[in-house]
Ligand binder design. Structure first.
Ligand SMILES: NC(=O)c1ccc[n+]([C@@H]2O[C@H](COP(=O)([O-])OP(=O)(O)OC[C@H]3O[C@@H](n4cnc5c(N)ncnc54)[C@H](OP(=O)(O)O)[C@@H]3O)[C@@H](O)[C@H]2O)c1
Length: 258
C-alpha cells in the first residue's frame, strides 16, 4: 500500500485535548492535514476559536469546544458536542497537561491532586468515554496518550509529573489489553523536550542551554517532530501497534551521563 493511503485519515473524527497551544495544536494540525475532522478542546476558548479559523483556511473541518479535562460533566458535554458536529470520535489524543516544579517535601496535597487529576485521571476518563462511545457505535479507533520521557526516567523537582506520566504509560498498556480485541488501539507518545508555554522560560534559560547540550541530537524538538509518531499511531499504518509507547526525544533517555 502507498504511504499516503496508509496514513490517510479521511472519515476519521479526532478529538485533541489541550489544543489551545503547544504540542496539541501541532497534533490537531497534523490530523487535519491528513484528512481527519477535528474537535479542539481546552479551557481557553478564544484561543481555540482563533486556531480553528487558521485550520479552516486550509479546508479542514474543525469544531472548538471549551472544556476543563478534570470536569467530568464538561467531558460528557464535549463528546456530545463533537459527536453532534462531526460524528463518533474515532481518534482521541489525550494531550492536555500541566507541569509541576519544586521539591517533593514541599508539595501540598492540593498540588499533588491537581497534577494527578489533570495529567493522569483525565487521561483515564477521556479514554474511557471515547472507548464507550466507539463500542456503542460499533466503531474501531485509536487512542493516543501523551506521556513524557519523565514517565520513563525522573528528574529532581518533578515527582508528581513523573509519577503521573509513568501512570499514563502503564494505563496505556492496561487499556490496550482490554480494548484492542474490539479494534480500539491504545498507544502513547513520550516526547522529550519541546519549547512550549509549559516550559519556555526554563528551556530558554542558561539551564535549558545546558540540557540541550546533553541531548544526543543536540537540539530540542521542533514543531512537527512528533507528527510521524502521531500519524503512525492514529492511522492504519499502525494497524497492529497497541500498548506501545513511542519515545521521540532526540536520544535523551538512552543515555547515562558521565
Ligand atoms: N513540551 C514538552 O517538552 C513536553 C515534553 C513531554 C511531554 N509533554 C506533554 O505534552 C502535552 C502538551 O504540553 P505542551 O508542551 O504543549 O504544553 P502547553 O503549551 O502548556 O499546552 C498545554 C495544553 O493543555 C491544556 N490544559 C491544561 N490543563 C487543562 C485542563 N484542566 N483542561 C483542559 N485543558 C487543559 C492547555 O489549555 P488551556 O490552558 O487553554 O486549558 C494547553 O492547551 C502535556 O501533556 C505535556 O505534559 C510536553
Amino acid at each position: 500500500m502507498k504511504a499516503a493511503e496508509m496514513f490517510n485519515l479521511t472519515g476519521q473524527v479526532a478529538l485533541v485535548t489541550g489544543a489551545s497551544s503547544g504540542l496539541g495544536q501541532q497534533f490537531a494540525r497534523a490530523l487535519a492535514d491528513n484528512g481527519a475532522t477535528v474537535a479542539l478542546v481546552a479551557r481557553r476558548v478564544e484561543r481555540l476559536e482563533a486556531f480553528k479559523a487558521e485550520l479552516e483556511k486550509s479546508g479542514a473541518k474543525v469544531v472548538a469546544i471549551a472544556a476543563d479535562v478534570t470536569d467530568r460533566a464538561a467531558m460528557i458535554a464535549a463528546f456530545d458536542a463533537a459527536e453532534k458536529a462531526l460524528g463518533t470520535v474515532t481518534i482521541l489524543v489525550n494531550n492536555a497537561g500541566i507541569a509541576d516544579g519544586g521539591r517533593a517535601v514541599e508539595f501540598t496535597p492540593e498540588d499533588w491532586r491537581r497534577m494527578m487529576s489533570t495529567n493522569l485521571d483525565s487521561v483515564f476518563y477521556w479514554a474511557q468515554e471515547a472507548a464507550r462511545r466507539m463500542l456503542a457505535a460499533g466503531k474501531q479507533g485509536s487512542i493516543v496518550n501523551i506521556a513524557s520521557v519523565l514517565g520513563l526516567m525522573v528528574a529532581k523537582g518533578g515527582a508528581s509529573y513523573a509519577t503521573a506520566k509513568a501512570g499514563v504509560v502503564q494505563l496505556t498498556k492496561a487499556l490496550a489489553v482490554e480494548l484492542s480485541f474490539k479494534g480500539i488501539r491504545v498507544n502513547a507518545i513520550a516526547p522529550g523536550w519541546f519549547v512550549t508555554e509549559m516550559n519556555d522560560e526554563y528551556l530558554l534559560s542558561d539551564k535549558g542551554a545546558a540540557i540541550k547540550r546533553e541531548i544526543p541530537m543536540g537540539r530540542f524538538g521542533n514543531p512537527g517532530d512528533l507528527d510521524g509518531a502521531l500519524l503512525l499511531l492514529a492511522s492504519n499504518a499502525g494497524a497492529y501497534i497497541t500498548g506501545a509507547t513511542i519515545v521521540a526525544d532526540g536520544g535523551q533517555v538512552i543515555q547515562i551521563k558521565g
